[in-house]
Write a protein that binds this ligand. Structure first.
Ligand SMILES: [Zn+2]
Length: 116
């Protein structure tokens, strides 16, 4: 079976009939795998909450080149910088805010839990 080697991350994946018309320096197969990861994150709010943005930033930075605009790459690298280098304050601040808002809705917690 033919393999495709991603120029961005060097992943070796089985070649497919998939097409990729985006601007990342990737293969259709690697992009497809990335969309599966995104789908899993969209399907699990807790997983997505902590991983989605870093997943997108990591994928974009790892697959730089091709037609990926430099300004987009810069934004993704800034995203990684904020999470990895300056994460403490931001994550704690947003987490505290989310918990405050959640507490404000205490009378409805049971109803919300029953929606799942
Ligand atoms: Zn790749």
């Amino acid at each position: 079976m033919d393999e495709s080697i991603c120029p961005g991350c060097a992943a070796s994946l089985s070649s497919s009939q998939l097409l990729y018309e985006g601007y990342f320096n990737t293969t259709p197969e690697c992009w497809s795998l990335f969309t599966e990861v995104q789908g899993k994150q969209y399907g699990n709010v807790l997983l997505g909450r902590y991983t989605h943005q870093s997943t997108v930033d990591s994928y974009a930075a790892q697959h730089a080149g091709a037609n990926h605009p430099d300004k987009s790459l810069a934004i993704h690298l800034l995203g990684l910088y904020l999470v990895i280098v300056q994460d403490d304050d931001h994550i704690e601040t947003v987490d505290a805010w989310a918990r405050e808002v959640w507490a404000m809705w205490a009378d409805h917690h049971q109803t919300i839990a029953e929606l799942l």
